[in-house]
Design a protein around this ligand. Structure first.
Ligand SMILES: *[C@@H]1O[C@H](CO)[C@@H](O)[C@H](O)[C@H]1NC(C)=O
Ligand SMILES: *[C@@H]1O[C@H](CO)[C@@H](O)[C@H](O)[C@H]1NC(C)=O
Ligand SMILES: *[C@@H]1O[C@H](CO)[C@@H](O)[C@H](O)[C@H]1NC(C)=O
Length: 381
C-alpha cells in the first residue's frame, strides 16, 4: 500500500518535471468521445511512441474489442497495431492500420505483413476482423476494432505497434527507424490486462526445447501410460502372468510418470518463456494430467490389501483415473501436435502407433472374453 503510494507520488513528480513528449492522454485520463463513447475494462500505456491500448476480451469466445490510441508521426500519417501469432516483431504480424483516406475520412485497412515490405490490404488474416472504425482528433488517432481470434482460450499474444508519417493510396509508407519505432513490440496478457516489453528469446535453443517437450510427452502420456494399462488389463487373466503383470504394470507406469513429469516441466518452462501465445487448453490439460498421475502414484502406495473391504472402492478409483489419463493424454498429444506443428510424418507415426496399440487392446479384449466365458462354463459344469 505504502510502496504503491510512493510509486504513484514518484511518478507524478517525475512526470511533472519532464516535458510531455507525446500528446496522447494516458490510460487513466483518456475519454472516448464522439459516436464511439466506449469504455474498456483494460488499458495499458505502451512503452513506445506515446501509444496506449484499451481493450475488452471475452476469452470464452476469443472476442477482442480494442481501441489503439497514438499520435501519427505526421498529421497525414498513419498508426498501426498488430498481433504477431508466429513470432515477435513486424515480420509475420497481422496488422490493422488507420489513416486519413483519400476521401478525407478516417479509414482502417488490414494487412498480412509477411515481409518488411507491405503488400496490398487483405481480409485473409490470422484473426477475423468483425468491425473497425477510426477517429482523428487533437493530434491523436484512435483505431477501434473488434476481432475474433482463431482459437479458444488464447490468453497472451505478441503485439506490435507503429506510427508513420505518410500514406500513398491505401498503403501506409515506411515508418521511421528510431529507438522508439524499434522497441514498439511486446507481450500482451489479454486476460490479466498487462503488457510486457518484448523479452529476448533464443530461436534454436527454443526449438530444441520444444522438440524435447514433444518427445517426452508423446512417449509418456501418449504411449507408455496407455500401454501400461493394456498390460494390467489383459495380462492379468493369464494365471501364468501373475504376478509378473503387476510388476510390469507398476514399472511401466512409474517410468511413464518420471518421463511425463520431465515433459510437463519442459512444458512449464516453455510456457513461462513463451513470447507468443499461451495455449491455455493444452496447459490446463497438462496440469490435470500431472495431478491425476500423481494421484495414481499415491494409489500405488496406499493400495489396501486384496481382501480389504475398501479394495473395491480403490479399484474403481484407480481405474477411472487411469482411463481418464489415457483420454486426456492422447487428446493433449494431438493438441500439442497442433501447436508445435511438426512435420506431418510425426503425427502419422503417432497415429499408427496408437492405432496398433488400440488394435492389440481390442484383440486382447476379445481373447479375454473368450477365456472368461470358458472359465465360467467350466466352473458351472
Ligand atoms: C456517452 O457516455 C456518457 C457517460 O457514460 C453519457 O452520458 C452519454 O449520453 C453517452 N453519449 C452517447 C452519444 O452515447
Ligand atoms: C500471410 O502471408 C504469408 C506469406 O505470403 C502466408 O504464408 C500466410 O498464410 C498468410 N497468412 C494468412 C492468414 O493468410
Ligand atoms: C460481429 O458483429 C456483429 C454485430 O455486432 C455480431 O452480431 C456478430 O455476432 C459478431 N460476430 C462475431 C463472430 O463475434
Amino acid at each position: 500500500m505504502a510502496s504503491s503510494l510512493l510509486r504513484a507520488l514518484l511518478f507524478l513528480s517525475l512526470s511533472s518535471l519532464l516535458p510531455p513528449s507525446h500528446p496522447t492522454p494516458p490510460c487513466s485520463s483518456h475519454q472516448f468521445s464522439g459516436t464511439a463513447n466506449k469504455t474498456y475494462p483494460f488499458c495499458v500505456d505502451l512503452p513506445a511512441l506515446g501509444a496506449s491500448l484499451h481493450w475488452a476480451y471475452d476469452s470464452a469466445r476469443s472476442a477482442l474489442s480494442l481501441a489503439f490510441v497514438a499520435p501519427p508521426a505526421q498529421p497525414k500519417g498513419w498508426i498501426s497495431w498488430a498481433i504477431n501469432p508466429s513470432g515477435s516483431g513486424m515480420r509475420g504480424s497481422q496488422a490493422l492500420a488507420a489513416f486519413m483516406g483519400a476521401g478525407g475520412g478516417m479509414t482502417v485497412r488490414t494487412f498480412n505483413v509477411s515481409d518488411y515490405a507491405l503488400e496490398e490490404p487483405t481480409d485473409a488474416l490470422w484473426f477475423t476482423v468483425n468491425e473497425t472504425a477510426a477517429e482523428y482528433s487533437g493530434g491523436v488517432m484512435t483505431l477501434f476494432a473488434r476481432l475474433v481470434l482463431p482459437e479458444k482460450g488464447i490468453a497472451v499474444v505478441n503485439h506490435v505497434w507503429q506510427v508513420g508519417s505518410e500514406v500513398e493510396g491505401e498503403m501506409p509508407l515506411e515508418h521511421g527507424l528510431g529507438p522508439d519505432n524499434l522497441m514498439a513490440k511486446g507481450r500482451l496478457d489479454l486476460v490479466r490486462g498487462t503488457a510486457a516489453a518484448a523479452g529476448a528469446g533464443g530461436g534454436d535453443g527454443r526449438s530444441r526445447k520444444r522438440n524435447i517437450h514433444g518427445l517426452l510427452n508423446v512417449i509418456s502420456w501418449g504411449f507408455m501410460f496407455p500401454a501400461g494399462i493394456v498390460i494390467a488389463r489383459y495380462l492379468r487373466v493369464f494365471p501364468s502372468a501373475n504376478p509378473a503383470w503387476f510388476y510390469l504394470h507398476v514399472s511401466c507406469q512409474v517410468s511413464a510418470y518420471a518421463i511425463g513429469v520431465a515433459g510437463w516441466g519442459t512444458g512449464l518452462k516453455l510456457g513461462g518463456e513463451s513470447e507468443g501465445i499461451t495455449h491455455s487448453f493444452h496447459r490446463n490439460i497438462g496440469f490435470t494430467l500431472f495431478g491425476l498421475a500423481t494421484l495414481q502414484m499415491f494409489a500405488l502406495v496406499l493400495r489396501p490389501s486384496k481382501d480389504h473391504k475398501y479394495r473395491s472402492y480403490w479399484n474403481v478409483y484407480h481405474h477411472v483415473i487411469g482411463y481418464t489419463i489415457i483420454a486426456l493424454g492422447i487428446t493433449n498429444v494431438f493438441k500439442g501436435f497442433n501447436i508445435l506443428k511438426p512435420q506431418e510424418k510425426w503425427r502419422t507415426t503417432y497415429i499408427v502407433v496408437i492405432a496398433v496399440l488400440g488394435g492389440i487392446a481390442i484383440l486382447l479384449e476379445a481373447i479375454t472374453w473368450i477365456i472368461v466365458l470358458r472359465r465360467k462354463k467350466q466352473t458351472r459344469k
